[in-house]
Write a protein that binds this ligand. Sequence first.
Ligand code: CO
Length: 210
Amino acid sequence: MNLLDECFAANRLWAKDAVENDPEFFKRLEALQRPEILWIGCSDSRLPPNEIIGRRSGEVFVHRNVANLVEHTDVNCLSVLQYAIDVLQVKHVIVVGHYGCGGVRAAMQSQPLGLIDNWLRHIRDVHLWNRDELNAIADLEARTDRLAELNVEAQVANVCHTTIVQDAWRRGQTVTVHGWIYSLHDGLLRDLGMVIESPDQIPPEYRLFY
Ligand code: CO
């Protein structure tokens, strides 16, 4: 059996098991999608969101791109964020980075990779803003991992600076933004301790409507 035939065979088995365990499973999901979490993560094939946090179908709304970036002109990411908050009413937006991220590593090197260098430019900005701290870390792997953490922090801030999150806060909707980082080494998630849930927690220069 070739790879794609295997995918279909596995899918049939999965659908059969799902109905055997819970006859109403698909009927319920078809009628209603009510996730409480928006996961904004890296496209890396080793980070399947639902699997890592033990959530079933219907429980996590997902946006992924290379190096989990949230850019204020990225209509794709902003549309996911707006739909998740305004329509699905998710309670938590979680930016999930990871150690050993190829995107972060590439952004620390001079080797050109093509179009993606324009996307990864955002990480070079984070590097520049934190140049002193990063340059003080001698070990390249440790420096890359620290930049991955700083990148998550920057993207959490970007989520909070959007009109979407600020509008939600203004109308009294509870939306909490978090930053997590995943280790490919041990499969564990770490909370970077950012819990942002009100405009008081963002710099006044980014505040809207207050
Ligand atoms: Co990555």
